[in-house]
Write a protein that binds this ligand. Structure first.
Ligand code: NAD
Ligand code: IPM
Ligand code: MN
Length: 374
């Protein structure tokens, strides 16, 4: 038995997670997998009612789980970052989920945003998930002279920054510090290159901006090279701006891309567009030795929330990624095959791809397909 925490969250989060839960119920019964779900009421409503983002007690309860399934966080009534950093990033960091795995594959029946022949799109993003410009170190000052002490705490290390600023000639300054550590880079390279090995990928693409952010991505590159030697797999270095270009012009060249946190965030929305849209993209925040968290790549989509318009495929496939990570390959595969078959038959299209199928009807179709084949 595995214990799974469910955080439906904000906006379309609850709508898409509900469909993932229905699909999980069918597939787990069929494959003899036992999951024990507990739902957690976190997000804008909870915050606006109680003034609390997430309590230490809740974090403690999540520590007792084997995995977390999440919808999305973020709400127009709440200042940007409060929920996103306060819950989503806090959980990624707390559980040291240092890999963000984001596969980009095409679905029969679903057109890509690319014109022309794009049938060969099949790439995996391994996004570093705990460092870079996401570490939350920064500040603002209007004073001529100021001192700030910033603390970065991770499971494996702590770093303290004493920032002294002498400001002249501008009324205000804001700054943000990015961090890459040797160990942080090494472990994500180990994950990326062993994944490449297990999937038979013979070329890993490293994404960075080492021509500008020379310190951070200089260190990053050293670990890429070390991993390439260690695993005997070739590597190419690409700057992030060029990767954006090639993803549109020649996406088939990419098989496995290892990226720092921020560039991985941006490029995986582009990857989602190549797949047919944000609603199709699944992801896993993975700590191979700890509690991993699975969520669609998209956000809370306040513009369509509550209308039954959301595409639940990203959430459904995130739950498949969760099963796969928990060791239930057959169940994960069943969800993926059923979802692909439903998309492939062309009868079910949510409004993001020009159809009229509702969120629930898409869930119905995947559930029905699973029952037929079971
Ligand atoms: P978004 O991903 O929520 O939406 C971008 C666009 O894609 C919108 O037009 C939306 O309607 C559409 N879209 C997204 N998911 C869809 C789906 N499943 N089906 C159909 N259409 C879909 O990004 P945003 O608008 O930049 O952000 C909205 C909020 O979500 C913000 O508060 C942001 O911080 C948050 N956010 C959260 C996460 C997360 O929880 N992992 C990720 C990204 C953004
Ligand atoms: C994502 C989101 C998050 C990120 C935000 C909401 C913190 O955009 O999961 O892609 O930047 O990682
Ligand atoms: Mn994102």
């Amino acid at each position: 038995m595995h214990r799974v925490a469910v955080i439906p969250g904000d906006g379309i989060g609850p709508e898409v997670v509900e469909q993932a839960r229905r699909v999980l119920d069918v597939v787990t019964e069929r494959c003899g997998v036992s999951l024990d779900f507990e739902e957690f009421d976190l997000g804008a409503a909870h915050y606006l009612e109680t003034g609390e983002v997430i309590s230490d007690e809740t974090i403690g309860r999540l520590e007792g789980k084997d995995a977390i399934l999440l919808g999305a966080l973020g709400d127009p009534r709440v200042r940007p970052g409060v929920l996103e950093k306060g819950i989503l990033l806090r959980l990624r960091f707390h559980f040291d989920e240092y890999v963000n795995l984001r596969p980009v594959t095409l679905y029969d029946g679903i057109p890509s945003a690319l014109a022309g022949d794009s049938r060969a799109v099949n790439m995996r993003f391994v996004r570093e998930n705990t460092e870079d410009f996401y570490v939350g170190l920064g500040g603002r000052t209007t004073q001529r002279s100021s001192e700030e002490e910033l603390l970065l705490k991770r499971t494996a290390y702590e770093a303290k920054f004493d920032v002294g600023i002498e400001l002249e000639g501008s009324e205000e300054l804001a700054y943000q510090i990015g961090v890459i550590t040797r160990g942080g880079a090494r472990r994500v390279m180990d994950y990326a290159f062993s994944l490449a090995r297990s999937k038979g990928v013979d070329l890993v693409t490293s994404v960075d901006k080492a021509n500008v952010l020379t310190e951070m991505y200089g260190l990053w590159r050293e670990e890429v090279l070390a991993a390439s030697t260690k695993y005997g797999i070739d590597v190419e270095f690409q700057y992030v701006d060029a990767v954006a270009l090639h993803m549109v012009r020649a996406p088939a060249r990419f098989k496995l891309l290892v990226t720092p946190n921020l560039f991985g965030d941006i490029l995986t929305d582009l990857g989602a567009a190549l797949q047919g849209g944000l609603g199709f993209a699944p992801s896993g925040n993975i700590n191979p030795e700890g509690v991993s968290m699975f969520e669609p790549v998209h956000g809370s989509a306040p513009d369509i929330a509550g209308l039954g318009l959301a595409n639940p495929v990203g959430a459904v496939l995130s739950s498949a990624l969760m099963l796969d990570t928990l060791g239930y390959e057959e169940a994960a595969d069943a969800i993926e095959q059923a979802t692909r078959a439903v998309l492939g038959d062309g009868k079910h299209r949510t409004p993001d791809t020009g159809g009229t199928t509702s969120t629930t009807q898409m869930g119905d179709a995947i559930v029905a397909r699973l029952r037929e084949t079971g």
